[in-house]
Design a protein around this ligand. Structure first.
Ligand code: MLT
Length: 240
């Protein structure tokens, strides 16, 4: 199996992932939100690049919630922002969510040509690794990044996934992937590694410190969200 990590959503644009599995990561915070919402019983999530598309889908469904952010803040008129802690079981159980974020939902859309697209964050690393290990297809890990730039929070998570797979089977990696695998091997404390990073610092500055703590929790659940036919659903039951 070959593993390749892409540093941002932009790198996935117009790439052909046919015959491959893709894992999309936007730790802060889109994919953490998706995993949390499904863990807490949301029925499905429709991800969109544009605000307009999410609003139109919500109108077509005549049900469900609008969720998302721009510059990290809730979009005017939306039901939810992009804080995973908002997506409690009481609020979202059985509900459909139409979601748009700056980078995460774009990364998913840019990965559409893959055979299978899975959604990961620190919350579900081990179950994603197990899912990927079920086949020998090559893997591309698409980090959403921030505004088309490398983002350490996503890349470290991608490195952890690549490293865990490499512990279980022989894999081929390019130099970028090897460097993130090594970063993962020697990073004992995720928070310490990320504390000074750009998007982490920005979210802290705008008041989302409790989100940060939550988003860096390893293996909180065994959710394996899959994006297929424009929607994200859970392929595995929650542990907690
Ligand atoms: C994104 O998709 O860019 C992020 O999830 C932004 C955020 O932290 O809300």
């Amino acid at each position: 199996m070959r593993i390749e990590i892409l540093a941002s959503a932009k790198e996935a644009l117009n790439k052909n992932f046919k015959g491959k599995n893709v894992v999309v990561i936007d730790v802060l915070r889109a994919t953490t939100v998706m995993i949390t919402a499904l863990k807490n019983g949301a029925e499905k999530i429709y991800p969109f690049k544009e605000i307009k598309e999410a609003v139109e889908k919500r109108e077509e469904l005549k049900d469900g919630f609008l969720a998302g952010e721009r510059k990290g803040l809730k979009i005017e008129g939306f039901d939810f922002g992009n804080s995973p802690l908002e997506f409690t079981e009481e609020k979202i159980k059985g509900k459909v969510i139409c979601m748009t974020t700056s980078n995460g939902t774009r990364a998913i859309e840019n990965s559409q040509s893959a055979d299978n697209i899975y959604i990961a964050s620190y919350l579900n690393v081990t179950s994603i690794v197990e899912k990927i290990m079920e086949s020998d297809k090559d893997l591309v890990i698409v980090c959403a990044g921030t505004d088309d730039e490398f983002s350490l929070d996503d890349s470290l998570c991608a490195g952890i996934i690549a490293n865990k797979i490499s512990e279980k089977k022989k894999v081929l990696m390019d130099d970028f992937t090897i460097s993130l695998q090594n970063l993962a091997k020697f990073s004992k404390n995720i928070k310490e590694v990320l504390e000074e990073s750009k998007h982490y610092s920005y979210l802290k500055k705008i008041g989302y410190e409790s989100d940060l703590e939550y988003c860096l929790t390893l293996d909180l659940c065994d959710i394996v969200p899959e994006y297929k036919n424009q929607e994200i659903t859970n392929k595995k039951a929650s542990l907690s």
